[in-house]
Design a protein around this ligand. Structure first.
Ligand SMILES: C[S@@+](CC[C@H](N)C(=O)[O-])C[C@H]1O[C@@H](n2cnc3c(N)ncnc32)[C@H](O)[C@@H]1O
Length: 273
């Protein structure tokens, strides 16, 4: 699916559902407080994230925040960054918000939103990092079309990322890594690192936070894969689909050079950093 072609996200308002009591979080997530941005209010903030956080700081996005361990953990580790989590499920949105509140975090928000409509949430080139942890695998053949990581989604993310932004993926479902690397082919990304088992090979990142699904995978003895790419100028990569060159990050996290994704071998090396 290409950006612009997917169905736009339209948030449900409490009056839209005949039995709001079936899911009390449809109403309660709107009443929680500053930590939650309901979907109906989110597009108005597209150009206003610096106002939301009261400053200009590198803006990081987590896709599918689940229970919020990663969003809260990373926001706590990086008080100099602002963090937005996007989560589609109402109850999880509230769980995330509770973690943010307990930790007293002012540099993070959770938005009840569909990640496939992220272009209505952030301007082009706004993001310093995109973090995707354990996206739903949708293993059954008939459900594959629900998988988040595809060419259209990665094109959408590519446009939202600033030069130097990192795209981080962790998953216990190996095909997601292959899908990510394939989706990035020809787009302006360079490979930073790949892991087939972070517990054996070590994490790619010194600031990583273990997520709920990562912990569950460990308990089941499943290896957790990881991949990291860095947004480069479109001229550096063979891409016709790439959006215009973004602005560099205010604080580029690193200037380490890597291979463009077009040169990533199809079988993943575990030591590409
Ligand atoms: C398998 S869980 C992983 C949760 C968390 N990232 C972790 O690692 O523990 C996937 C999460 O992505 C959310 N999700 C799935 N599709 C989404 C979408 N289109 N937009 C936003 N969130 C989505 C689900 O509701 C769920 O919380």
């Amino acid at each position: 699916m290409r950006p612009g072609n997917h169905q736009r996200f339209r948030d449900l308002l409490p009056g839209d559902v005949s039995r709001p009591d079936v899911n009390p979080y449809i109403t309660s997530h709107r009443e929680f407080g500053d930590e939650i941005v309901p979907g109906s209010e989110a597009p108005a903030l597209k150009e206003k994230w610096p106002e939301v956080f009261g400053r200009v700081a590198p803006l990081h996005l987590e896709v599918g925040s689940g229970n919020g361990f990663y969003l809260a953990g990373m926001a706590e580790k990086h008080p100099d960054q602002d963090w937005v989590g996007v989560e589609i499920r109402y109850k999880r949105v509230v769980l995330v918000a509770k973690k943010l509140r307990v930790a007293g975090l002012k540099n993070a928000r959770i938005v009840r939103y569909d990640a496939r409509a992220l272009d209505t949430l952030f301007p082009q080139g706004a993001l310093a990092g995109v973090h995707i942890n354990h996206p739903d695998p949708w293993e059954r053949e008939s459900k594959r079309h629900h998988r988040l990581i595809d060419r259209g989604f990665i094109e959408l993310i590519t446009g939202l990322c600033a030069l130097g932004a990192e795209l981080r993926l962790k998953t216990d479902f190996g095909p997601h890594v292959k899908a990510l690397l394939q989706a990035c082919e020809g787009l302006p990304w360079e490979l930073v690192g790949v892991r087939t088992d972070v517990d054996v090979q070590g994490s790619i990142w010194s600031d990583d936070v273990v997520t709920n699904y990562q912990r569950k995978a460990r308990e089941r003895g499943l290896p957790v894969h990881a991949a990291c790419l860095r947004r480069i100028a479109s001229g550096s990569s063979n891409t016709s689909a790439a959006p215009p060159d973004p602005q560099p990050l205010p604080h580029p996290s690193s200037a380490v050079s890597g291979s463009s994704v077009g040169s990533v071998p199809s079988r993943h090396s575990s030591t590409l950093t």
